[in-house]
Ligand binder design. Structure first.
Ligand code: ADP
Ligand code: MG
Length: 699
């Protein structure tokens, strides 16, 4: 591919410098290779010609053939339009143009058959087609626009510069015509054979000009497989390199701290899942290699306790650890839980956040450098270069989806030998995404909740049931429970959302005059926020009205009702996170989803799923199916080593599994990819990485 990657698109017939610049700006197409790999996003079947009397407005696209029997321009100025009526013997359909009237009018004739192609729409009770593609029909000639027609994504700017989908197709046609050599293969022969993949040279031609659906699917499969395969190969190779080249700290000892804690202070029996996960982590830390482990566990599964025990192992081996959380509220809460436990066994713990003042910081910095401070808890503030550890041995990152890979890497560098890394996430990640975004991490799963928990009951209420809701809330508070009421806060509508929040707060104060109501949101001063949180955590306040600042990690076991206002505005995984704030004690807990009466189909589905299941993994899968993986919170595809051009993580999970298996097999046999037959893989990986780097520098 190297030559194609260096040939500039500017020199392709039909392009030139101006269009080349546009293609670069709008579609990132610079080289011949870029254009060849600009795949259609769908295909329109233009083999079928419909009868006009068969057409109905639900059809995506239709193609009709007939004679123009009438032609008229209507209106004046900006509303001027051209209407033509096409008749095929079964009926008549109106074709409408608002632009390029002169040009179209000049081409339309009444003595020839025309084929019109476009989307039928209803206007004024009649079906018509606006701006159809027109083609003179000549029985004696082969039709260029027949069969499966590729559709390319373009932009308004490109379209107004004569680069619509069809023009792009034409450019690709020119390229394929003009390039007489074979496109060099990018997968090794043994792999093509074993996986029965179409050759690149054929697949590139087929994907742009498919002869039929079956052949097209074979070509698409090849590209999907290749794309996912190279992602897996690059992730797994990196992981290999790390395992072979990076020495890890050896934590062999289980000493006084862990023993004392385990025997005397452990507040409850560990669940089997917690025990298993701790064993897995200990095995890593005692292996002499650096641990890079993802700890997945649904909300409330008890990850914090695991983190604490692992930090105690580090302390037993004379190493410092830190725990990084995405928000101050969460860092505070971890600090309180962990410090209260560590206090009992004589380990000092400190908290470092954006609101720590200078003298606190100075003290912490000094205690870290002297080694006197064994455990540090905090927010992003931990990453700052000023924070220097004497011997950092373990980094725990809570709620990973809020941290980028780069931030993870900065923590690595805080010790000469990189510390062990434990990433904890409560956002269950669909398997396919986990394999891709976290494909380099080993995975442990806490698949069990602590005993005695009753599953949360979820109900969907409409706004007009507010009285019923209030009666229910009264009952719960009378039983001694506490209530969360959460309002959406979305950047684009921030002002409005804050207004709703404070109105909601005033309303709750009015509706529950005998109880204490507090409010928490991101714009409050840290001290005020703290005070409100404290009031709720201590049980003094009965109701907390908040934004999603409480989404992650907040732990008040006595809170048993989560009311989510305008629930239709939240995504599934966010709803699940919020729901996870209750159901943490032994009491029956409830989640109430409040929505308006009118709901879009999608929103209704989300509410149904929430009511139906508490299983985070099931919800994550459903979320990914409904939204597509690119939109999943915090796991944007930018986290992927390469951009996905054709594969889809929710639809192509089997292809992904196969690609990962093949990559594993190859690396097992040739861990550093040194064999001659694998050099093609190394070259391709390098080229892909370079392409990604180039683009990330430009954009
Ligand atoms: P998460 O996994 O969501 O971070 P937490 O660590 O906050 O969950 O734990 C949720 C609650 O469960 C806390 O109140 C914690 O004290 C409690 N917990 C953790 N482990 C156990 C256990 N083995 N038995 C009983 N309760 C537990
Ligand atoms: Mg947690």
């Amino acid at each position: 591919m190297s030559e194609l990657a260096t040939l500039n698109i500017m020199y392709l017939p039909g392009v030139g410098p101006r269009k080349a610049e546009l293609l670069k700006q709008e579609l990132r197409i610079v080289s011949y290779e870029d254009l060849l790999y600009y795949f259609p996003y769908r295909y329109v079947d233009r083999s079928k010609i419909f009868k006009i009397n068969e057409i109905h407005p639900d059809m995506q696209y239709v193609q009709v053939k007939g004679r123009i029997v009438a032609l008229r321009t209507i209106g004046e100025g900006r509303t001027k339009r051209l209407s033509a009526w096409l008749d095929d013997g079964t009926g008549r359909i109106e074709l409408v143009w608002f632009k390029g009237l002169k040009y179209v009018q000049g081409r339309l004739r009444s003595d020839l058959d025309f084929i019109a192609f476009g989307k039928p729409v209803v206007y004024g009770g009649q079906i018509n087609i606006v701006h159809p593609e027109m083609e003179k029909y000549d029985e004696s000639k082969v039709r260029l626009q027949a069969g499966l027609q590729p559709q390319y994504i373009t932009s308004e700017k490109l379209k107004s510069n004569f680069l619509n989908s069809r023009a792009i197709q034409k450019l690709i046609f020119n390229l394929l015509q003009g390039y007489k050599e074979k496109f060099p293969e990018t997968l090794p022969a043994y792999l093509l054979e074993k996986q029965k993949l179409m050759l690149l040279n054929d697949a590139l031609r087929v994907i742009h000009f498919p002869p039929d659906n079956i052949t097209l699917e074979k070509a698409r499969f090849r590209f999907k497989f290749e794309e996912l395969f190279y992602i897996q190969l690059s992730i797994l190779r990196l992981k290999n390199q790390r395992t072979y080249n990076v020495k890890g700290l050896l934590f062999e000892r289980v000493g006084a701290y862990l023993n004392a804690y385990y025997k005397e202070y452990l507040p409850f029996e560990l669940t089997e899942a917690q025990k298993r996960v701790i064993r897995e982590i200990r095995r890593d830390m005692g292996s002499g290699r650096q641990m890079n482990r993802l700890l997945q566990g649904d909300v409330g599964s008890g990850k914090t306790l695991v983190a604490l025990m692992v930090m105690l192992i580090a302390a037993d081996n004379n190493y410092q650890s830190c725990l990084m959380a995405p928000t101050e509220i969460l860092a505070n809460q971890h600090y309180e839980t962990i410090a209260s436990q560590c206090d009992k066994i004589g380990i000092k713990v400190a908290l470092l956040t954006g609101s720590s003042n200078k003298s606190e910081r100075d003290k912490i910095h000094a205690a870290l450098e002297s080694g006197e401070l064994l455990i540090l808890i905090g927010t992003h503030a931990l990453i700052e270069d000023k924070v220097v550890f004497r011997n950092l041995g373990l980094v725990v990152i809570d709620e990973q989806h809020r941290f980028g890979v780069e931030q993870r890497a900065r923590l690595w560098k805080k010790n000469v030998t990189p510390p062990h890394v434990l990433v904890m996430t409560a956002t269950p990640i669909p398997r396919t995404l986990a394999m891709t975004v976290y494909g380099d991490l080993d995975v442990s799963v806490i698949d069990q909740l602590p005993p005695g928990r009753k599953p949360i009951q979820t109900q969907h209420f409409f706004h007009n049931h507010r009285n019923k809701l209030n009666r229910f809330l009264h009952q719960e508070i009378e039983k001694g429970r506490q209530i969360y009421v959460v309002y959406p806060l979305i950047e684009e509508s921030e002002k409005m959302d804050y207004k709703n929040l404070s109105e909601g707060y005033e309303y709750m104060k009015m509706a529950f005059p005998q109880y204490e109501v507090v409010m928490v949101h991101g714009k409050m001063k840290a001290a005020e926020k703290d005070e409100a949180m404290q009031a709720f955590a201590s049980g003094k306040a009965h109701i907390m009205v908040a934004t999603t600042v409480i989404e992650v990690g907040v732990n008040v076991p006595n809170a048993s009702v989560m009311v989510i206002e305008s629930a239709e505005r939240f995504g599934l995984s966010q709803l699940h996170q919020l729901r996870g704030r209750v159901g943490r004690g032994a009491e029956q807990s409830y989640c109430i989803l409040m929505t308006s009466y009118k709901l879009a189909e999608e929103s209704r589905k989300r509410m149904e799923i929430m009511v139906r299941t508490n299983d985070g993994f099931e919800i994550a899968e459903a979320d990914m199916k409904m939204r597509g993986p690119g939109d999943l919170e915090g796991t944007q595809q930018s986290g992927l080593p390469f951009e996905l051009k054709i594969a889809n993580l929710s639809r192509d999970s089997q292809v992904l599994q196969a690609a990962r298996d093949v990559a594993l097999e190859i690396l097992e046999d040739d861990p550093m990819l040194e064999k001659p037959e694998n050099q093609i893989l190394v070259r391709r990986l390098t080229a892909l990485a370079r392409a990604k780097l180039n683009w990330s520098m430009i954009s």
